[in-house]
Design a protein around this ligand. Sequence first.
Ligand code: PMM
Length: 277
Amino acid sequence: MSLPLVMGVVNVTPDSFSDGGLYADTASAVAHGRQLLADGADILDVGGESTRPGATRPLVEEELDRVVPVITALSADGATVSVDTMRHEVATAALAAGARIVNDVSGGLADPEILRVVADAGATYVAMHWRAHADHMADFATYDEPGGVVQAVRDELAERVEAVLAAGISPDRLVLDPGLGFAKHGRHNWQLLADLAPVKALGYPLLLGASRKSFLGTLLAGPDGSPRPVDGREAATTALSVVLAGEGVWGLRVHDVRSTRDALRVLDALDQAREEG
Ligand code: PMM
């Protein structure tokens, strides 16, 4: 069994839902990235824009100031860095600073110019399913057509694949992501997780970002109905990492790298024991 890559999240933002403000300055973000590497991350995903529901966008200059110094430092350490951005200006600067992957949660819809930047650099591109910016994505969480959310995400990702390839990005440098929590209610996320086959059948590696998301908080709500806070969602996140590893996904985007890495080690040990008979 080939195990997924572990992508550790480095949010250089004041307002991300899970870790907003913890690593908002360069020094603490770089230190956090180094800790995630020590914990077993294969990739560090550095982002300077929060996409939490309702978030407003930073200026381009703010986003650049947040991510470029962090990417420069972590790339100089030898880390494989991805930049979590929807903007071609930020992708350009991040690739020049050493990033090798562009993780675009809008799949090229927010700023189509980003596709050309990635193609010119020969970088890897993650295209996520997305419908609208965070400040109004809740208005787009409707999947009433036959096949529901699974078919809609598959079809909308297939359209993004066409745009990505038309822009000159090589098919072997493309990764798809169904976009858990983006213009999706809790049940939509569960339906996607329960039926990844149609998205898988598009023929590209898959990245999944379930870590600490609010559908897990809702699942784990206390007796009074209030969602479990983000710092209490780790075991559920790790359980999903195990399930998704079994599904053969390419990568897992997580905040707590160590728990997912530990779980993958368990799977690996079992695999080896089976092979040895
Ligand atoms: N989720 C968030 C941000 N970036 N990128 C990809 N490819 N997939 C995701 O699910 C994803 C993402 C939001 O989570 P965060 O605020 O904790 O970073």
